[in-house]
Design a protein around this ligand. Structure first.
Ligand SMILES: NC(=O)c1ccc[n+]([C@@H]2O[C@H](COP(=O)([O-])OP(=O)(O)OC[C@H]3O[C@@H](n4cnc5c(N)ncnc54)[C@H](OP(=O)(O)O)[C@@H]3O)[C@@H](O)[C@H]2O)c1
Length: 341
């Protein structure tokens, strides 16, 4: 005989079921077309379905990338030659808790604190309460980072590490210039490079940038907007600098490269403009911050090897995504972020 619940017990069970029922919709900053900041509006949309090799993340923190306005304008879609799907949700990286896992995923479980990167995700990005991303591009959050920090870090941290490790092949004891050292990639690169054993000459922006980068452990710091960078670099490395990572371009960056030694190596991520021009005798290479499980593992071990700072200048609520995009054009240190919930 089946056991029947009495009236109050049934009511309690029903209430519990309602409480536990997973939401089907979410708030997201979604665009109906590409365009200026005015296309960034908050909408209620279905929560994306989690695929077999994906995790669904309940997003608490999303990075606002300096490349986001380019994607908002339709630049990514044009560059990659892909047909965009609208409503289109921006956001290449973020962090939160796992809300569901695909059937082939065994590395994560519901409730895990994770960060992830996913550039141009056709299911929608991180400017939303939920996003479904590949498990391979997802990681548990290192214990020494807050969820907010972990969400603002992935794309810039992976790009910093790809530059230092894969592109420059940085060796312990080498002298390295980081140009744009108080920016998103730069302030993370300073910390990675020190952990990799390099001597770091940092070119930061403004008195506040110089102060931040000094605290992060750079061996010497100058202000690239007012100091004589090439002279300070020659004092730092009289034989010339072995390597340089540039995260900003222009006359000041090109002039700073005069301090490279013959045979020195320079790397910059694609997107830096104007494109840096090195003098002859110096190798210069552009690259992308592509993600894979190996780079994520290396990133985590560098982050976990000591206190690590992900500097977030400002956090905006979802409704203020357009303000966050405007703020990208102002002077700030580190990264900007959105808080979807
Ligand atoms: N290809 C890829 O996979 C990839 C991935 C990530 C990023 N990127 C690209 O990499 C670039 C950097 O990204 P990011 O997130 O690090 O950007 P960011 O936060 O804007 O960093 C650039 C920094 O350079 C500083 N800067 C500019 N001129 C300077 C000067 N003369 N002296 C000292 N500092 C100076 C800027 O500060 P002020 O504005 O205050 O001067 C800013 O802090 C962007 O072009 C981005 O699109 C490419």
């Amino acid at each position: 005989m089946s056991k029947r619940r009495s009236g109050p017990a049934r009511q309690a069970a029903e209430q519990m079921a309602v409480k536990q029922a997973k939401p089907r919709t979410m708030r997201a900053v979604a665009m109906d077309r590409f365009g200026g900041p005015e296309v960034l509006t908050v909408k209620t949309l279905p929560i994306p379905e989690v695929g077999p090799d994906e995790v669904l993340i309940h997003v608490e923190s999303a990075g606002v990338g300096v490349w986001d306005p380019f994607e908002r304008d339709g630049g990514f879609a044009g560059m990659l030659g892909v047909k965009p799907r609208f409503p289109y949700i921006l956001g290449s990286d973020g962090a939160g808790t796992v809300a569901a896992v695909g059937e082939r995923v065994d590395r994560f479980k519901e409730g895990d604190r994770v960060y992830a990167i996913s550039v141009g995700n056709p299911k929608g990005g991180f400017y939303a309460e939920y996003t479904a991303v590949k498990a391979d591009d997802t990681s548990l959050i290192p214990d020494n980072l807050t969820t907010e920090q972990a969400g603002a870090m992935p794309a810039d941290a992976i790009t910093a590490l790809r530059g230092l490790d894969d592109t420059l092949g940085l060796e312990p004891g080498e002298s390295l210039m980081i140009f744009g050292a108080s920016g998103g990639i730069g302030h993370l690169a300073v910390q990675f490079a020190k952990r990799m054993g390099a001597r770091v000459f940092a070119v930061a922006s403004g008195d506040d940038g110089v102060a931040l980068v000094g605290q992060l452990g750079a061996d010497a710091v100058v202000d690239g907007h007012k100091d004589d960078v090439a002279a300070a670099a020659r004092e730092f490395a009289p034989e010339g600098l072995d390597a340089a990572l540039l995260t900003a371009g222009g006359e000041a960056a090109d002039k700073a490269m005069e301090a490279m030694r013959e045979g020195g190596r320079v790397a910059y991520p694609n997107g830096v403009e104007p494109e840096p021009q090195a003098r002859s005798g110096v190798t210069i290479q552009s690259y992308d911050g592509t993600s894979d499980p190996q780079v994520i593992e290396k990133l985590n071990s560098l982050i976990e090897s000591g206190p690590f700072e992900v500097h977030i200048a400002r956090i905006f609520p979802l409704e203020q995504a357009a303000d966050a995009h405007s703020a990208l054009d102002t002077h700030y240190l580190g990264k900007l972020a959105l808080r979807p919930r």
